[in-house]
Design a protein. Structure first.
Length: 423
C-alpha cells in the first residue's frame, strides 16, 4: 500500500508467485481499479478497468503489441491494434497501428501513435517524445515495462513486478528481494548502474550464469615494453580465490535465465579499464572500461520448448594502452536443463579460453540460492604467461554434469581446487 498526504491511497494485490493482479487508486470518493488476468506462466493476457476490457496483449514469441478494441463478430475496426517497435533493451521507441496508409502507386506506410526516446536511466526526453492526441497513449515504455501514471511516486514510475522503479532518481523504491546474494551491488541500484548495456529483471530470475577473466597477481610485469611506452607493469586483480561476488576482474559477463517466462537477458558485459604503473608502482596511465565482447546470445529454440537453454558467451578484450597487444579471449556454449522436480539442473559447457589470465564460470540456481563453480583456470598453477594470449586459444573444454554432484560455494581458494581438466 502507498499513501500520500493528498488523500490518495494506492493498494496492490499479488498472486502467489508475486505477480501484480490488481491496482486500486483511492482518491477522495473515487476508486479506480485496474485488474490483470495472467496465464500460468505469469504473462498478462488481459487488462481490465473494473470489469471492462481495456487491453489484450498481442504475442508472438514475445509481446509485440496491444489490442484496444472490443470483441466483435463479423466486423473489424482498424487502428485498435498497436504494435511496439523496441530496441535491444526492450525500450518501446515507437508504437504503430494496423491502420496502414496506401497510395495509388502501391506504396504503404504505418500510422504512428507515439514516439519516445529515453535518457540512459529511463526518463523520457522532452523534445524527442510525442503522442498522437487522438489516440490513447501506450502504457508501456522503458524496458517494455508498465508505466504508473498516477504520479504517486513522482512524474513517472515503472512496474518491475516485485519493485517499482523511479527513473527520475535512477533508483528502485524498495530493496532487491535477493540483495543478499549480491553484496557488492546496491540493493536499490538499477541494472548495476549500467543502463546502456544492461536491464534489470523483476528481481527473482531463476538462473544466473557468470563468466569472468581476471589477473590473479597484484601487478603484472609489462611483457610488451617498448621505448615509446614506459610502463614497467600493469595493475592486476590481486586475488587468491575464485569468487562469485567480486568487482576484481578484467572482464565480466552475466546472463539471467527465467524458464517460467522463457526469457533470457544479460545484466553485464564489461571489460575493466587498465592501469599502467611505473617502476615505483605509481599509476601513469589508465584506459576506460568498455564492452567485454559481443552481447551474449542464446539458442532461440528455448522460446519454443522452454525445457533447455544454450547461452553463447564470447569475449575479445585487448589492452587498450598497448597497440597490437593480443586480447583476452574465451568462447563458451553453456547449456542448462532443469530437472523435472526443479531441485537440480544438468549442465554442459563447451568452448575454449586463452592460457592466460585466470577464468571462472559460475551458475547460480535462484530457486534455492545455491551457486556452483563449474569451470576454473589459474595461470599460476599451469605456469602460463601473457604470451599465451596469442591465438589460438590453448585450453578447450567439454564438461557435463548435474548440480547434485557439485559442491555449492561462493568463494573457493586456489589451493582448494585444481584447474578444470581440459578436453
Amino acid at each position: 500500500m502507498k499513501t500520500k498526504n493528498d488523500s490518495v491511497v494506492v493498494r496492490f494485490k499479488y498472486d502467489a508467485t508475486g505477480n501484480r493482479i490488481e491496482k486500486r487508486v483511492e482518491k477522495y470518493d473515487t476508486t479506480l481499479v485496474t485488474r490483470y488476468v495472467r496465464d500460468a506462466s505469469g504473462n498478462v493476457m488481459g487488462i481490465y478497468g473494473d470489469t471492462t476490457v481495456l487491453e489484450l496483449p498481442i504475442y508472438g514469441s514475445l509481446r509485440t503489441g496491444m489490442f484496444r478494441g472490443e470483441v466483435l463478430e463479423g466486423d473489424q475496426t482498424l487502428g485498435r491494434r498497436n504494435y511496439e517497435l523496441s530496441n535491444h533493451l526492450g525500450n518501446v521507441l515507437s508504437v504503430i497501428t494496423d491502420n496502414i496508409g496506401m497510395s495509388q502507386n502501391d506504396s504503404t506506410w504505418a500510422n504512428i501513435s507515439s514516439v519516445r526516446d529515453y535518457y540512459p536511466f529511463g526518463l523520457d526526453m522532452n523534445d524527442r517524445s510525442w503522442t498522437d492526441s487522438t489516440m490513447q497513449e501506450s502504457r508501456l515504455g522503458f524496458n517494455g515495462k508498465e508505466k504508473d501514471s498516477s504520479k504517486e511516486w513522482g512524474n513517472t514510475a515503472y512496474d518491475y513486478g516485485f519493485r517499482v522503479y523511479n527513473p527520475s532518481i535512477a533508483k528502485f523504491l524498495r530493496s532487491d528481494p535477493i540483495a543478499k546474494n549480491y553484496p557488492h551491488s546496491s540493493p536499490y541500484a538499477f541494472a548495476e548502474n549500467s543502463p546502456i548495456q544492461a536491464i534489470d529483471l523483476e528481481g527473482l530470475e531463476k538462473y544466473k550464469v557468470t563468466g569472468r577473466s581476471f589477473i590473479p597477481m597484484k601487478t603484472l610485469e609489462n611483457p610488451w615494453y617498448t621505448p615509446n611506452f614506459s610502463a614497467s607493469s600493469f595493475a592486476g586483480d590481486d586475488r587468491t580465490s575464485y569468487q562469485l561476488n567480486t568487482t576484481d576482474f578484467r572482464t565480466e559477463q552475466k546472463v539471467n535465465v527465467d524458464f517460467d517466462n522463457r526469457s533470457v537477458s544479460y545484466s553485464n558485459n564489461i571489460a575493466s579499464g587498465t592501469k599502467a604503473l611505473d617502476k615505483v608502482g605509481k599509476v601513469i596511465e589508465t584506459s576506460e572500461a568498455g564492452p567485454a565482447g559481443p552481447a551474449p546470445t542464446f539458442g532461440k529454440s528455448f522460446l519454443e520448448n522452454g525445457n533447455s537453454v544454450t547461452i553463447h558467451l564470447s569475449i575479445d578484450a585487448p589492452n587498450k594502452l598497448v597497440a597490437g597487444a593480443p586480447a583476452i579471449n574465451y568462447q563458451f556454449d553453456v547449456t542448462i536443463t532443469p530437472s523435472a522436480d526443479k531441485k537440480s539442473f544438468d549442465y554442459q559447457i563447451t568452448g575454449a579460453t586463452d592460457g592466460f589470465p585466470a577464468y571462472e564460470l559460475w551458475i547460480t540456481d535462484e530457486t534455492n540460492n545455491k551457486s556452483y563453480l563449474l569451470l576454473n583456470s589459474n595461470p599460476i598453477e599451469s605456469n602460463e604467461t601473457p604470451r599465451a594470449l596469442f591465438p589460438p586459444m590453448e585450453n578447450t573444454y567439454n564438461l557435463k554434469g548435474n548440480s547434485k554432484s557439485e559442491t555449492p560455494a561462493e568463494k573457493v581458494d586456489f589451493k582448494d581446487k585444481k584447474n578444470t581438466p581440459k578436453k
